[in-house]
Write a protein that binds this ligand. Structure first.
Ligand code: SAJ
Length: 440
C-alpha cells in the first residue's frame, strides 16, 4: 500500500557522502531547500565549513557560494528527522576478493534507520550490484519501520567527472522507485534535472547503471584491441577508427594507456561477481588492464631496450583535465617501468597528491631519455618542444593519447611512437607524414 506523503521541504534533505557526486548534488539541491551534508571525513567537513572546496569541478564554486546557509556540512547525521535522505557513499572493490565493498552504503543505511520516521524518503545514488536495494539497503532501513512506511528509490548518477554539475542537470535520469509515491518524491527531489525522467524498479535501475559503464569499458577495449592490430599492420589506428566512425552505425571509442577512474574499472565486476557466465566483460577488462604494459613495450622498442634509461611520465590522472588518480593506469605503468629498471619521473599539473613523487615540469623532463604522455591534459597539447629538447638527454616521445603534432617533434629530431600507430614501427619516416596523409 502506497503511503501518501506530502513533500515537506521545510523538514530538509540530508545528503550522506560529500564526494565528487554527493557534494555537487547537495549544492544543486540547496538551491531550493535546506540541505545537511554528512561525511565521515572530518578534514573534508572542516574544509567545507571553512568555505573551501575539497576538489574542483566547473560550476561547483558558483553553487557553493550561492548555497550560503542552505547548506551545512557535518560528520554525523542530524538527530531530528529529515524529509529526505540521499545516500551517495563510495562502493569500491575489496582489494583481495575483488567483490563490491558495501560497508559504506550499509553504514549509511544503518545510521539513517536510527532516525527514519514514517513518511520519510530514502534515495540511494551509490553504484551497487543488482539486488542490493532489495536485499541489503531496504531491509537495513526497515529496522524499526515497515518498508511501506517510508519511500525508497535507487537513482544512479551518470554525470561525467570533469563536467559533473552540468551533466547532473542536463542528463536524462533513471529512477528505480518501490512505489508511485516514492517515484513522485524522487521526481520532486530531482526537479532540478532538465533531462527526462525514466521510471523503473530499483533492481533494474542498479542494472542499468552497471551496463552503461560496462558498455563503455567494452567499447574502449575494442578500440585498444584495434590499436594493437593497427600497430601490427603498420597503419594509423586512430585514423582508421575515425574513418570507421563515418559509418552511420559505428561509434568506436579512442585507444589509450588503460582505463582508470572509480567506475569503469570497477562497475563491470559488480555485474559479473556472482556468475561465471560472462566472458566478454572479463576479457575486455583484461585488454584494458594490459595497456600500461603495451605502452611500456612501445618505450622498450623506441629505446631499443637500452637499460638504465630515464622516463618522464606526463599525466598521472586517470584522464585529461581531472585531478582524480583513482585506478589510474599511470600507477600500473610506473610500477612496471620501475620493475624493468627504468628511472621514472612524474609530472601532472592537475594532481597535488599521488602515491609516487611528482616533479615540476622542467625537473621531470631534465635528463630524460623518453617522454610518455599518459593523460590528455590540455597543458600537453602544445608542449615547448625546443625547451624540452634542451633539457632531455635523449629525444624520444611516446604519445598514448594522440595529442602531439608529429611534425613539430620530428623536425626537432625526436623519435616518436603514437599508441595505435604502426607506421613508425615499420621504419616509417614521420617527416614525410604530410606526403602520406590523403587530403581530408
Ligand atoms: N577512456 C579511453 N578511451 C575513451 C574514453 C575513455 O581510454 O574513448 C579512458 C579514460 O582515459 C579513463 C577511463 O577510460 O581512464 C574512464 O574515462 P571516461 O571519461 O570514459 O569515464 P569516467 O569514468 O570519467 O565516467 C564514466 C561515465 N560513464 C559513461 O560515460 C557510460 C560517466 O557518465 C559516469 O557517471 C561515471 O563513469 C561514473 O561515475 O559512473
Amino acid at each position: 500500500m502506497a503511503w501518501n506523503r506530502e513533500s515537506d521541504h521545510t523538514k530538509g534533505t540530508c545528503v550522506i557522502g560529500l564526494g565528487r557526486i554527493g557534494l555537487p548534488l547537495a549544492l544543486l539541491l540547496a538551491r531550493d531547500r535546506n540541505v545537511i551534508g554528512v561525511d565521515i571525513d572530518e578534514d573534508h567537513v572542516d574544509s567545507l565549513q571553512a568555505g573551501e572546496l575539497p576538489f574542483s569541478e566547473p560550476g561547483l564554486e558558483t553553487l557553493f557560494d550561492a548555497a550560503g546557509d542552505s547548506f551545512e556540512a557535518h560528520t554525523e547525521i542530524p538527530d531530528d528527522s529529515q524529509e529526505t535522505y540521499v545516500i551517495v557513499t563510495p562502493t569500491p572493490l575489496e582489494p583481495e576478493t575483488r567483490v563490491a565493498d558495501l560497508s559504506a552504503v550499509r553504514g549509511a543505511a544503518e545510521a539513517v534507520a536510527n532516525v527514519l520516521t514514517p513518511g520519510n524518503m530514502v534515495v540511494l545514488e551509490s553504484t551497487v550490484p543488482p539486488g542490493t536495494s532489495k536485499q541489503v539497503v531496504i531491509p537495513t532501513l526497515a529496522e524499526e519501520l515497515d518498508p511501506a512506511e517510508f519511500g525508497y528509490a535507487h537513482c544512479p548518477e551518470r554525470a561525467l567527472p570533469g563536467n559533473t554539475v552540468e551533466e547532473m542537470v542536463t542528463n536524462h535520469r533513471v529512477i528505480g522507485a518501490t512505489d508511485g509515491t516514492s517515484l513522485n518524491d524522487a521526481r520532486d527531489l530531482y526537479s532540478f534535472v532538465e533531462g527526462s525522467i525514466h521510471p523503473t524498479d530499483p533492481t533494474t535501475a542498479e542494472f542499468v547503471k552497471l551496463i552503461e559503464n560496462t558498455y563503455r569499458d567494452v567499447n574502449i577495449a575494442a578500440a585498444n584491441e584495434f590499436a594493437k592490430l593497427a600497430e601490427r599492420n603498420g597503419i594509423d589506428g586512430r585514423s582508421a577508427i575515425d574513418l570507421a566512425n563515418k559509418h552511420p552505425r559505428v561509434n568506436i571509442l579512442t585507444p589509450g594507456p588503460g582505463v582508470g577512474g572509480h567506475c569503469l574499472p570497477i562497475d563491470p565486476q559488480f555485474l559479473t561477481q556472482l556468475t561465471n557466465e560472462s566472458r566478454m566483460i572479463g576479457v575486455a577488462r583484461e585488454i584494458n588492464s594490459s595497456m600500461p604494459a603495451h605502452t611500456l613495450g612501445l618505450v622498450r622498442e623506441l629505446l631499443d631496450g637500452e637499460p638504465n634509461r630515464r622516463l618522464t611520465v606526463l599525466g598521472v590522472a586517470y584522464k585529461g583535465d581531472v585531478s582524480d588518480i583513482r585506478e589510474t593506469p599511470a600507477s600500473r605503468f610506473y610500477r612496471l617501468a620501475r620493475n624493468e629498471g627504468y628511472d621514472v619521473r612524474l609530472h601532472d599539473p592537475h594532481v597535488e597528491e599521488y602515491e609516487y613523487e611528482l616533479s615540476p615540469f622542467e625537473e621531470a623532463v631534465e635528463g630524460s631519455d623518453c617522454l610518455v604522455v599518459l593523460a590528455d591534459h590540455t597543458e600537453y597539447h602544445r608542449l615547448p618542444v625546443e625547451r624540452i629538447g634542451e633539457l632531455m638527454r635523449g629525444a624520444a616521445i611516446i604519445d598514448t593519447r594522440g595529442l602531439i603534432q608529429e611534425r613539430r617533434w620530428t623536425d626537432a629530431g625526436f623519435r616518436i611512437r603514437i599508441l595505435g600507430d604502426g607506421r613508425q614501427a615499420r621504419g616509417f619516416d614521420a617527416t614525410r607524414l604530410h606526403e602520406q596523409q590523403p587530403e581530408s
